[in-house]
Design a protein around this ligand. Structure first.
Ligand code: ASP
Ligand code: MG
Length: 476
């Protein structure tokens, strides 16, 4: 098999972790697989780089950040080289070259004081550019051929800096041409996650947490058999374990469930990761590099067809419910169009929408950070309707969204009854409800203070703490 293995920030967060990652890649190769590694920056590095860039843009640049980055990465070089001076010198030389580039960018920024998205990408990419040579060296030190590649040579993207999108045909051509010769030599290429470049070769990033997306893009580009995401949890769980102590790891989920879960706050996968793999039907696996004997979660077309109904319960915090209400709204066309036009103009993302057939109230959920801006703009845009009394009020309130998710909720009667029964029994008030006609997700708006009990109540009501077999028997 051809396997693309991505290691996240904590999985390459120290010398020890980088060596464990190298070992996992080699074990794959030893089993006869061809392996491509995608690496994140060491944990915390990207945040530090972004802070450094922001500081530099305000004129603060003192070189101590470079020294800190050097110290952290050189310590890994020391551990990898284990007394082999030549090896250490070669790694350190590469680190210095990359830190020189970083320092020049920050220094320039501290002079011009203008942090453009393009410059921020160039700077924030440094973390992956420092990690990849270390991971490749760790593989070499264990006796396997390896080499690092900057993804600027593989992934061709649009020029949306800070959230670039891959151009798949160009990427496939480049990635195959660059990776095939190394794979043919049984070498393990180590590619920087998170970054790409435009057709003109200008560095871009795929957005925060984007290394997962890189893995899926590269996997699709080279027609990999599987993409493995090595992270620091056992897989995708039935709920957030800090909220629901008896949450369980799901062994199999479908692409659509994975994307619902990625969207709804189960922050295991970057939400864009599913698409490139899904288009080529490449299975994804989410595995724990700290606990590699666990089977993890597999993401495929079918998922787990043996589990009916709800598979997982998630919650999103830090969101606001915006409600436009008034008895005079009935039968007046155009209010919804106007409202969502405003939301789009304010660049706010809508997480859920609900309107009952009485038409007296339209409500939707957006990030709490966007709420004040959106409410102000709605007042301006719906001024006439407010004056005429079609609309009485535009309100916003901090809330949480709790969602029950599962492919096989579709066509299974009684799920909504269980949802509302469970919340009613706990005395939890449901403020708004939404279920799309895909029937894969029932979303409920509740007060923030009720979110944890709501998630627990639903998790328990659908027996998600038990293994699939028992739940099945129970329902049958
Ligand atoms: N290093 C990048 C970030 O922290 C990308 C990633 O880790 O996936 O956002
Ligand atoms: Mg990450």
């Amino acid at each position: 098999m051809l396997i693309v293995m991505k290691f996240g920030g904590t999985s390459v967060g120290s010398a020890e972790r980088i060596q464990a990652a190298a070992q996992l890649a080699i074990e794959g190769a030893d089993q006869g697989h061809r392996v491509v590694v995608i690496t994140s920056a060491m944990s915390g590095v990207t945040n530090g780089l972004i802070e450094a860039a922001q500081g530099a843009s305000r004129g603060h640049w003192d070189g101590s950040i470079r020294q800190d980055l050097f110290n952290r990465h050189a310590a890994v070089a020391d551990a990898i080289a284990g007394g082999d001076r030549g090896r250490r010198a070669a790694i350190v030389e590469e680190l210095e070259r990359r830190l020189d580039r970083f320092e020049k960018l920050c220094f320039g920024l501290s002079m011009v004081h203008e942090l453009t998205p393009r410059l921020l990408d160039a700077i924030s990419a440094t973390g992956e550019m420092l990690a990849a040579p270390l991971v490749a060296a760790a593989i070499q030190a264990r006796g396997r051929a390896s080499g690092f590649i900057d993804a600027t040579d593989l992934i061709v993207t649009t020029d949306q800096f800070g959230g670039a999108e891959p151009l798949m045909d160009l990427t496939a051509r480049k990635a195959k041409a660059r990776l095939a010769p190394m794979l043919d030599q049984h070498a393990i290429p180590v590619v920087t996650g998170f970054i790409g470049a435009t057709e003109d070769g200008v560095l871009t990033t795929l957005g925060r947490g984007g290394s997962d997306y890189s893995a899926s893009i590269v996997g699709a580009a080279v027609d990999a058999d599987e993409v493995w995401i090595w992270t620091d949890v056992d897989g995708v769980m039935t709920a957030n374990p800090s909220e629901v102590p008896d949450a369980r790891t799901l062994s199999d989920i479908s692409y659509s469930e994975a994307s619902e879960l990625a969207y709804y706050g189960a922050k295991v996968l970057h939400y864009k990761t599913i698409l490139p793999a899904f288009r080529k039907k490449i299975p994804l696996r989410i595995l724990n590099s700290f606990n590699p004997t666990q089977p993890g979660t597999r993401v495929t077309v079918e998922g787990d067809v043996s589990t009916p109904g709800v598979k997982a319960v998630t919650s999103i915090r830090g969101v606001s419910l915006i409600a436009i209400s008034g008895t005079g709204m009935q039968g007046i066309p155009g209010i919804v169009a106007k409202a969502f036009q405003v939301v789009a103009e304010q660049q706010a993302n809508v997480l859920m929408i609900s309107q009952a057939s009485s038409e007296n109230n339209i409500c939707f959920v957006i990030s709490a950070a966007d709420a004040p801006r959106v409410v102000k703009a709605l007042h301006a845009a719906l001024d006439v309707e407010l004056v005429r009394g079609h609309i009485d009020e535009i309100s916003d309130q901090p809330v949480a969204v709790v969602a029950a998710i599962g492919d096989l909720m579709r066509g299974t009667p009684g799920i909504a009854a269980t949802v509302f029964g469970a919340l009613g029994a706990e005395g939890i008030n449901v403020i708004a409800i939404s279920q799309g006609s895909s029937e894969r997700n029932i979303s409920l708006v509740v007060a923030e203070s009720d979110a944890t009990s709501a998630v627990r109540a639903l998790h328990h009501a659908f027996h998600l703490e038990r293994v699939a077999e028992i739940a099945k028997a129970d329902i049958a």
